[in-house]
Design a protein around this ligand. Sequence first.
Ligand SMILES: Nc1nc2c(ncn2[C@@H]2O[C@H](COP(=O)(O)OP(=O)(O)OP(=O)(O)O)[C@@H](O)[C@H]2O)c(=O)[nH]1
Ligand SMILES: *[C@@H]1O[C@H](CO)[C@@H](O)[C@H](O)[C@H]1NC(C)=O
Ligand SMILES: [Mg+2]
Length: 398
Amino acid sequence: MASGSARYLRYILFAIFGLTVVYFISSSSTPTLSGSTSAWTGIPVKAGTAPESAATGTTPNPPPALPPATADGARMNATFVTLARNSDIWEIARSIRQVEDRFNRKFHYDWVFVNDQPFDETFKKVTTSLVSGKTHYGQIPKEHWSFPDFIDEGRAEKVREDMAQRQIIYGDSISYRHMCRFESGFFFRQPLMMNYEWYWRVEPSVELFCDIDYDPFKYMADHKKKYSFVLSLYEYVETIPTLWDSTKKFMKEHPEHIAEDNSMGFLSDNGGETYNNCHMWSNFEIGNLNWLRSKPYIDYFNSLDRDGGFFYERWGDAPVHSIAAGLLLQKDEIHFFDDIAYYHVPFTHCPTGEQRRIDLKCHCNPKDNFDWKGYSCTSRYFEINNLKKPEGYEAEMD
Ligand SMILES: Nc1nc2c(ncn2[C@@H]2O[C@H](COP(=O)(O)OP(=O)(O)OP(=O)(O)O)[C@@H](O)[C@H]2O)c(=O)[nH]1
Ligand SMILES: *[C@@H]1O[C@H](CO)[C@@H](O)[C@H](O)[C@H]1NC(C)=O
Ligand SMILES: [Mg+2]
């Protein structure tokens, strides 16, 4: 009797085992990588895209069941975002690989790619294969990447010729100006970005040097942060001669938008009379999209846009974002991510302090750290926020 029921049990276990094997074999066919499109303008991109994702611009790439994004299982409403050209593919591939290896392979956040041209199949295939979350591809509408009607294009052309003569970097470029204006005023209100509250901007050819074992989006939310940076420096003044005049005009017109406890001390050495050119570098940003979509920020952008400096000078999105964060946010809403070690040509942020670098498995050379050097503004950030500089910073000052 005992041996008989044991035999039945063996038969049942064997049958379950067999069914499991059959199930796994039948369900492990790989998903296809084609089929992404532009959801930007609502117009599907041509070129052999799969119809089922045409409406959303989403690739059917990621594994169906994602593990919890954070320790307590709360997934943030967040995405990576990259503006890129098709020709940037191998440079952005390097950046994605780094972000995935150091962070996103454990979190699987989505990635939104935007472009003024349709993305090609290679770009979509390669990026979809590298990103561990969902990928989305959008095409920027013409209105966000062209001269607005209030701009005098003849005057803008003369400026470019003059800047070319004076050899101001990107001074003769039209597309660089569209890029700066887009990043200043439009990336956060593209249809695909409206689905998210938080963003992390990634550019081609950047590097990450330390493990990121926690969720920076959640950190931002938990600590009521709206904007963040890893590197800060002085802007090239030739590109923004009248940006501060425009800003002062805006402050006068909209005193209601200026935060009480702002970071004016980071931006100006004389209480706001002149700009000291300090800004947070915007090729890395983790920030709150709803802040950028808020009335204060939009009023600021529109006011600058009307003044024309994106085209009559060469205003960068970095000083624009920084001045906005410095004046419209309370100073404790801006975060310095010391533990996100980062490189974008030609500057490096590498955390100060050996134990910290060991704990985070960093591979940056501490000698390359830019934070405490003369051309960095990060000391000012520490000073206005009464933060203690890390042990050993003096040794990295030159
Ligand atoms: N789609 C598109 N993306 C662009 C264009 N120009 C720049 N970008 C992207 O905009 C971002 C900033 O451009 P970059 O050329 O990196 O500008 P930068 O960081 O000031 O200068 P670099 O030192 O050259 O990196 C990058 O993500 C680029 O891929 C363009 O004409 N079209
Ligand atoms: C994510 O944030 C956007 C913008 O605030 C919002 O419209 C959307 O409903 C949010 N999604 C979820 C799942 O909370
Ligand atoms: Mg760049």
